[in-house]
Design a protein around this ligand. Structure first.
Ligand SMILES: [Ca+2]
Length: 357
């Protein structure tokens, strides 16, 4: 999700949509609650020759240098999908942030077992990605597991329909993201031509995110790589391309080789000091010494960390929150999806899979 534009550093409530986020536009299949599987992906009317669609076809043809007739014919067959417009809306009731519940959705036996199998099947590619980009296999494994349950849930919407619906009929009632989806639709058409995809056939999430890592079209353009060197980028069936592309995305978003993602921390008892440390949210802003000076207790490894840390608070509904001291690498994970809950779930799923394999 991203035309190199970074997501704002907001923390999404566990399981809710804060979009557009990092690499994908919205909660992916693996995020469960809002994956659309319980809703109808049935397409409604085709866009045909609606004037605004014809105008967009002209704009795209000029902008992309593609054949106008092909774009018109392709967009004419795109269909409005009511479920897409519903799923893009915020949930009717805000659910309490609950890290324990969020974690339990992802770090569970079936997903861990599937992750261990996926790791065994793709160990050489994961090792190569780690060597080249410095991103540990368990982080890539954590992302693919949280996103799509290792390919079990990659989304049942035609990408063309999803992007057309969010471009031409973005629902009223929330801030208008249609310009974002319009540029993703253009990018999708360009990729379909370049990569030889059938734009009518490719499926993804309700927001148009594609494949095992749920990359938006612009992220495919900017960050996906042909890691097995077979001449094409395939995020649906090439685990090599998936592993390489996820690691490349993180490397391009500031991932540092051999740096931990986070350290244990006891937050300051003083509520004012604690609140001060929480202000920058997920952005690493305090040296270990500055954190300690405000009363945070860090272990030896954290005290020796070179660089800034962020005090991350993960709420547990009515129970006391959990805290970690996030590094630059924790922040890099939130470029994939701007949620500390998401980043922590990725880390803990990867760790659980590493222990199980
Ligand atoms: Ca490939």
């Amino acid at each position: 999700m991203q035309r190199r534009r970074l997501a704002v550093a907001t923390v999404a409530a566990a399981g809710s949509l804060a979009l557009p986020l990092g690499v994908r536009a919205a909660a992916a299949g693996g995020s469960g609650r809002r994956n659309g599987h319980h809703r109808s992906a049935d397409a409604g009317r085709a866009y045909g020759r609606r004037p605004d669609v014809l105008q967009a076809a002209q704009d795209f043809a000029q902008q992309l240098g593609l054949d106008l007739g092909w774009i018109e014919a392709t967009l004419a067959q795109a269909r409005h999908v009511a479920a897409v417009a519903q799923l893009i809306m915020p949930p009717a009731t805000a659910s309490a942030k609950n890290w324990a519940a969020y974690r339990a959705r992802f770090v569970e036996t079936r997903r861990v077992d599937a992750g261990a199998q996926w790791w065994r099947d793709n160990a050489s590619w994961l090792d190569s990605a780690q060597e080249r980009f410095g991103v540990p296999a368990e982080i890539v494994v954590g992302i693919v597991g949280v996103e799509t349950f290792y390919g079990r849930i990659t989304g049942g919407f035609r990408v063309l329909d999803a992007l057309a619906t969010l471009t031409f009929d973005f629902p009223r009632g929330r801030s208008d993201r249609s310009p974002f989806f319009r540029s993703e639709l253009a990018e999708f058409l360009r990729l379909a031509q370049r990569e030889g995809w059938d734009p009518q056939a490719l499926k993804g999430s309700f927001a148009g995110a594609i494949g095992l890592p749920q990359f938006m079209p612009s992220s495919i353009t900017n960050y996906a790589i042909d890691f097995d060197d077979d001449g094409r980028i395939d995020l649906l069936t090439s685990s090599a391309d998936v592993a390489g592309s996820v690691a490349h995305f993180l490397a391009e978003h500031g991932w540092r080789r051999a740096m931990p993602t986070h350290y244990d921390v006891q937050p300051p008892d003083d509520i004012v000091e604690r609140a001060t440390l929480l202000v920058p949210d997920i952005v690493p802003s305090f040296t270990p010494a500055q954190m300690a000076a405000r009363g945070a207790r860090l272990d030896d490894a954290a005290q020796q960390h070179e660089g800034a840390l962020a005090l991350i608070e993960l709420r547990n509904a009515d129970d006391p929150p959990s805290y970690v001291a996030g590094t630059q690498n924790f922040y890099a994970l939130t470029r994939y999806n701007a949620s500390s809950y998401y980043a922590m779930a990725v880390i803990e799923l990867g760790r659980a899979v590493a222990a199980a394999r």
